[in-house]
Ligand binder design. Structure first.
Ligand code: G1P
Length: 278
């Protein structure tokens, strides 16, 4: 049902300088896997086989990562190290990767708009921001949960979580009416509001299912917060027509765009791996 997933990955990752000077932030590893691979695996679980990546200058390592390295394959062929490449081989067997570049940093809305040549204008698609690393140990991954919900509502869906009031200025924030447990009909959305002006403490995290009718809106929406084209503003226009659902996802989310979140995720995945190998 959901076949395509878009990965905006053009950002500079300045918070991780100098590590991200010559390496894309999406390639920073949590244990042995780069962040973007976690995202791709989540999308695969949700049924996607076309991974559409919005890259930028200096992001070639992402393209190389999702490709065969013949030299490496040859080196480890028949050795005990072969299994280390299993996860990436499975991805390459099942998925197609497409790329386009966002030449100028014009915001998340602009990046998604650039992705329209990759995901087409006919079908719904997932959007994963790889630096929001999500895991649900108790069942379906976050995008799978959202894909199931899409079957019922057939409209745009954003994943949300409650955050402390002093943190709302870091997120897109929704206002809405609860339709069923953890599912809201969105009536308003604000990108990074001042803490005292936020409509709620329900923050959008980096998982979306978008319908193609978002593209004409993105084309005309004016620059918003920080002078950038915001997906939040385009979605807000759709929400006015009752076409956006917010979903309180099940699982954990780590903000791997920040040092704290990155270290937290590393510790969490390390302990998880230790537990599994016991
Ligand atoms: C983006 C979105 C924001 C959302 C956030 C989730 O912001 O613009 O609405 O809440 O991702 O991580 P960014 O963190 O890229 O500034």
């Amino acid at each position: 049902m959901l076949q395509r997933c878009l990965f905006p990955a053009a950002g500079y990752g300045t918070r991780f300088l100098p590590a991200t000077k010559a390496m894309p932030k999406e390639m920073l590893p949590i244990l042995t896997k780069p962040l973007i691979q976690y995202g791709v695996e989540e999308a695969m679980e949700a049924g996607c086989s076309v991974m559409a990546i919005i890259t930028g200058r200096g992001k070639r390592a992402i393209t190389d990562h999702f490709d065969i390295s013949y030299e490496l394959e040859h080196q480890i062929d028949g050795t005990s190290k072969e299994s280390l490449l299993d996860s990436i081989r499975e991805i390459l067997n099942k998925c197609t990767f497409t790329y386009t570049r966002q030449n100028e940093m014009n915001g998340l809305g602009d990046a998604i708009y650039k992705g329209r040549v990759l995901v087409g204008e006919k079908y719904p698609y997932g959007v994963i921001l790889a630096d929001d690393l999500c895991i649900n140990q108790d069942g379906d991954g976050v995008l799978t949960q959202m894909a199931k919900l899409y079957q019922k509502y057939k409209c745009c869906i954003v994943a949300i979580m409650e955050v402390p009031h002093e943190d709302v200025h870091k997120y897109g924030v929704i206002e809405g009416k609860e339709l069923e447990d953890g599912v809201y009909m969105v009536s308003n959305m604000v990108e990074k509001p001042d803490n005292d002006k936020a409509p709620s403490n329900m923050a959008v995290i980096g998982r979306y299912i978008l319908t193609p009718d978002i593209f004409p809106i993105l084309k005309t929406v004016k620059a918003g917060k920080n002078g950038e084209i915001q997906i939040t503003d385009a979605l807000c226009k759709m929400a006015e027509k009752g076409m956006v659902i917010a979903y309180k996802f099940k699982g954990k989310r780590f903000d791997c765009g920040s040092i704290d979140g990155f270290v937290e995720a590393t510790n969490y995945f390390y302990n998880l791996e230790k537990e599994t190998n016991k």
